[in-house]
Design a protein. Structure first.
Length: 103
């Protein structure tokens, strides 16, 4: 890990200018947070830079692949499919649904 960080510093990339940037914890099959991934799509780029630590086998690697949603990568060692967990959008929708119920 650290390759994306180096790249961002070297190229003076600001997180807010990126097409996409996230850093997530990854859970294994037992629901334990044992891995993590960072995804960066530089400004005006369609290539996602991905760093990850596989939650199942702890393999750490860096890869690049075309940026598209839904985004997922495969662990180079054990073949685990790693998807970017949903967050804000899903959380917002859930919050709205809860509010609606309350009224
Ligand atoms: Zn793995």
């Amino acid at each position: 890990m650290g390759k994306i960080q180096d790249y961002a510093i070297k190229n003076k990339i600001l997180a807010k200018e990126c097409v996409y940037h996230t850093w997530r914890d990854l859970k294994n099959k037992n629901g334990q947070t044992t891995g993590k991934m960072r995804v960066l799509v530089p400004p005006k780029s369609t290539t996602a830079m991905v760093e990850y630590m596989c939650p199942e086998c702890k393999h750490e690697s860096y890869t690049e692949q075309e940026w598209k949603r839904p985004f997922s990568i495969k662990c180079a060692k054990c073949g685990l499919k790693i998807t970017v967990p949903k967050m804000k959008d899903a959380a917002k929708k859930e919050a709205k649904a809860d509010n609606a119920k309350g009224k």
